[in-house]
Design a protein around this ligand. Structure first.
Ligand SMILES: [Zn+2]
Length: 278
């Protein structure tokens, strides 16, 4: 498991370097990177433009929300004597994705933040409850209130960044019966062609990468509509809701327990995002 995954990550880095090289020569108009700019930062923008334009995701805005958090851990899997909380695993993949996107020049808003948890390399991630919602709000236990908190914050930022390429990605780990294997699934709003396109780009990368690195493994994940999901229904930016697997299932757990696999998940998500923006 370790080896192929590490190779996976390296390959994607090499690829990203290639991408950087290719896009470096292609001038792309640069939208303002952050809203709320002061006049003086606008003035300095032209001098940094050259540097900024080297990065393939410059000017893009991403809202990343890991599922649950705060008083709500989401689903809890069991691994021997250990408990595996959904929110911690979703958070770790999300923060890894955030790091990659930022390296590529994107502006990223982490809608759920844990002040003292960065990227963690442990297999078993300990449950805590100190996550806060962007910008620094207590997360309510009530599900509707929690989801409304996220979408309200995203929609407010979305209005501020009007005109930029903006996407909202929310990451969960499903809970099903122990025996049921769940693959990586992508959902979008039935009326969002753009959300669908992003979901398909990411899905395509998963299909290709699985075929390449685990040829014996049938990948059964898919893209489908799920407009009934609160965040999919109520968020203004094109939204993709991602289920990374079934946290109860032993086989699916192998997708989250080794840190290298969480990095591979983040890296594949980023590849799909880059495909979508290109
Ligand atoms: Zn969830």
């Amino acid at each position: 498991m370790q080896q192929p995954d590490q190779r996976r990550v390296r390959t994607s880095r090499a690829k990203q370097a290639q991408v950087r090289k290719r896009t470096a020569t292609k001038a792309r108009p640069k939208p303002i990177k952050k809203a709320g700019k002061t006049k003086s930062s606008q003035r300095t923008r032209s001098s940094t433009r050259k540097l900024v334009s080297r990065k393939p995701l410059s000017g893009t805005i991403f809202y990343l929300a890991s599922g649950h958090g705060g008083p709500d851990p989401g689903a809890i899997g069991r691994f021997g004597r250990f408990l595996l909380p959904e929110d911690e695993y979703a958070y770790d993949v999300t923060i890894r994705l955030s790091q990659i996107l930022k390296q590529q020049g994107a502006t990223v808003y982490m809608m759920v933040q844990d002040p003292n948890d960065g990227i963690r390399n442990d297999a078993v991630l300990k449950l805590d409850q100190d996550e806060v919602a962007y910008p620094n709000q207590r997360i309510p236990l009530n599900q509707t209130a929690r989801l409304r908190q996220t979408t309200t914050a995203v929609n407010r930022l979305y209005a501020r960044h009007k005109g930029a390429y903006q996407r909202f990605i929310t990451i969960h780990v499903d809970s099903r019966s122990r025996g049921q294997t769940i693959d990586v699934f992508f959902y979008h709003h039935e009326r969002s062609a753009v959300g669908k396109r992003l979901a398909e780009h990411i899905h395509r990368r998963f299909r290709t990468n699985y075929r390449r690195y685990q040829p014996g493994r049938p990948y059964l994940g898919s893209v489908s509509t799920r407009s009934s999901l609160y965040v999919v229904r109520n968020s203004h930016p094109p939204t993709v809701f991602i289920e990374l697997g079934n946290i109860q299932n032993r086989q699916d757990q192998r997708r989250f327990l080794p840190a290298s696999n969480r990095q591979a998940l983040a890296s594949w998500l980023a590849q799909g995002i880059l495909d979508d923006y290109r």
